[in-house]
Design a protein around this ligand. Structure first.
Ligand code: SAM
Length: 195
């Protein structure tokens, strides 16, 4: 990567911006401080649907404030839903009729920067979530996963996701959009496409 290459988070946003259309239905599976939720809400507009999920109440508050700052407060509980829940069973968090209709599901794994690092995504619950995410997607829909391999549990989570992605059957295909290097342990971007 040279100095003109966008950071991985920006590359993910550039990709999502070109993939999503106004009116699409999307899930932010790791809401955190709400940067991705706000970005997704901008991409799909008021006719779209955004469901954002996090296990921390702080994440809901941060995201609510971030949405309010750009004038999206009125959309909360309308086109944007903020769920204080684990993402393990995404299909149970969306209305029955929307299972199999979602266009994109976004994960930014790890912990909320500047807070308790022990509250982080975990390999086994992430795998359960990814499996339920495939169920939620429509054909041609995508799951974007940013995996941080540099922290304590991040490397194990990455290795578990690699094994899971290698074992995907005919329902979905994995595209590794950036490489892993054991010495540097960079963030890694995985894109999964439902077939
Ligand atoms: N996308 C966020 C943003 O734009 O600010 C950053 C996400 S942060 C790196 C990871 C988040 O995943 C943390 O807020 C953490 O609380 C959340 N998380 C951890 N385990 C989770 C789970 N089982 N279900 C939902 N969220 C979880």
């Amino acid at each position: 990567m040279n100095s003109t290459t966008p950071r991985l988070t920006e590359q993910v946003h550039l990709f999502l911006k070109s993939f999503l259309k106004k009116g699409d239905a999307v899930i932010d599976a790791t809401m955190g401080k709400g940067y991705d939720t706000r970005f997704l809400a901008e991409c799909v507009g008021t006719k779209g649907r955004v469901i954002a999920v996090d296990i921390q109440q702080d994440a809901i508050e941060h995201t609510r404030e971030r949405l309010e700052a750009v004038g999206f407060l009125d959309q909360i509980d309308q086109s944007i839903r903020l769920c204080h829940a684990s993402h393990e069973q995404l299909d149970s968090l969306i209305p029955q009729g929307q299972v199999g209709q979602i266009h994109a599901i976004v994960y930014n794994l790890g912990y909320l920067p500047g807070t308790d690092k022990s509250i982080t995504t975990q390999a086994q619950s992430t795998l359960r979530s990814l499996q339920s995410a495939i169920k939620c997607l429509q054909r041609g829909g995508i799951i974007s996963v940013l995996i941080y391999t540099g922290h304590n549990t991040g490397l194990d989570e990455y290795k578990a996701i690699v094994r899971w992605a290698d074992s995907l059957g005919s329902e979905a295909r994995a595209h590794w959009k950036s490489g892993f290097d054991e010495a540097r342990r960079p963030p890694v971007w995985l894109l999964i496409e439902k077939i």
